[in-house]
Design a protein. Structure first.
Length: 130
């Protein structure tokens, strides 16, 4: 089996990066590891998470990171983030996720959650496809 790992990003910064367009051209079940950074929130596709999951092969690893909407709101409420900072962060987001919503999404699909946590208002989740 060929190990195929990709780094999925909203905008290609390195030749080895994959964008959503690259992902769409790949066959389902092709990748062994997908690392997706900040793409869930900015993708024009409402079903981007489903698309990513379909491209991962059985037993594959999915690593997600992005802005945690709940943590961000907690930061505003606690006074750690002012409204100008909040507005700047969310101005380009199409949707928000949280570590809690992602855990529910994958638990409902019987995926194995290997790690789920927060760091500086960003979720980090590592999941294995059954």
């Amino acid at each position: 089996m060929i190990d195929k790992t990709i780094h999925l990003v909203p905008q290609k910064l390195q030749a080895t990066d994959y964008t959503e367009d690259d992902l769409n051209m790949s066959p389902d079940g092709f990748f062994t590891t997908i690392s997706a950074v900040d793409i869930l929130e900015v993708s024009p596709s409402d079903d981007i998470l489903d698309k990513i999951c379909n491209k991962l092969r059985t037993g594959g690893i999915l690593q997600l990171s992005g802005i945690d909407g709940l943590a961000l709101c907690r930061g505003v409420y606690a006074g750690d983030i002012n409204l100008a900072q909040y507005s700047n962060i969310i101005k380009n987001l199409k949707r928000v996720y949280s570590v809690i919503s992602l855990k529910k999404y994958f638990t409902d699909r019987h995926w194995k959650i290997e790690f789920a946590g927060l760091h500086q208002n960003k979720y980090n989740v590592k999941i294995r496809k059954p």
